[in-house]
Design a protein around this ligand. Sequence first.
Ligand SMILES: C[S@@+](CC[C@H](N)C(=O)[O-])C[C@H]1O[C@@H](n2cnc3c(N)ncnc32)[C@H](O)[C@@H]1O
Length: 270
Amino acid sequence: MSAASLIRRTGLLALCLLLAAFSTLAVAQAPKAPAVSSPAYEPTSGQAGKDVVWVPTPQAVVDKMLDMAKVTPRDFVIDLGSGDGRTVITAAKRGARALGIEYNPDMVELSRRNAEKEGVAGRASFIKADLFETDFSRASVITMFLLPDLNLKLRPKILALKPGTRIVSNSFNMGDWEPDQTANLSADAGCTSSYCTALFWIVPARVAGTYKIPQGELTLKQQYQFLSGTLRTDSKTLALVGEVHGTDFAFKAGGRDYRGKMNGKRLELR
Ligand SMILES: C[S@@+](CC[C@H](N)C(=O)[O-])C[C@H]1O[C@@H](n2cnc3c(N)ncnc32)[C@H](O)[C@@H]1O
């Protein structure tokens, strides 16, 4: 091969390499086609839900509910019918792990996006499920904003939770199971809607029964967190009244105060 033809061939090769490099670069730098995004889902207050419509709990009431339940990073909070995720997200911002159970799949997706935006997606999760068919017994705190008849339907399951589990409901009660605390928020406190009442319960240990104690025979009758009954000593039978909060109980009999703890099925007096 002559020197001239060698130079021509080498030049051609260099040109090919240059073109190849340029096209790779062009592909790498080609602007990406815009992602096709569906229009953002916007819920409307009052929209239909499976067993109850969606109406959001005002943020001031969410805060109050979590205050009453004394939510800390050690808690696992479950919101039954979690809507746009606000209660779960607020609990996660307090360091708790929190789960929302919500039937509407669009609300579940919206909640996940909201948790992502608020930077708590690691602690706030949501499942698309029917709250009446979902096990929520792992919760240390249950929050809800449902309806009185739905609360009543849930009540047996709630009363069977671990003693000490805290329950908070926006506005609706639990029938004849009286709340341990009630808080009404005013407009000044940040609640201007019709749903400004937070109700709080602690699942009571089951203490009803008859026990031998150093003072005699103790018979406890229980109506939710309220105790009545008798303390029978050698000389007399004293009526008693008391309360049980989680596993702790206290009662008064014959002018004397007694306190104790239920340790499983064992009653321990202090
Ligand atoms: C009144 S909203 C409360 C939303 C949220 N907890 C709050 O306080 O802002 C009730 C929610 O329960 C949901 N819901 C209704 N029936 C349900 C069911 N059977 N299982 C799960 N979620 C349900 C509705 O879609 C709605 O989002």
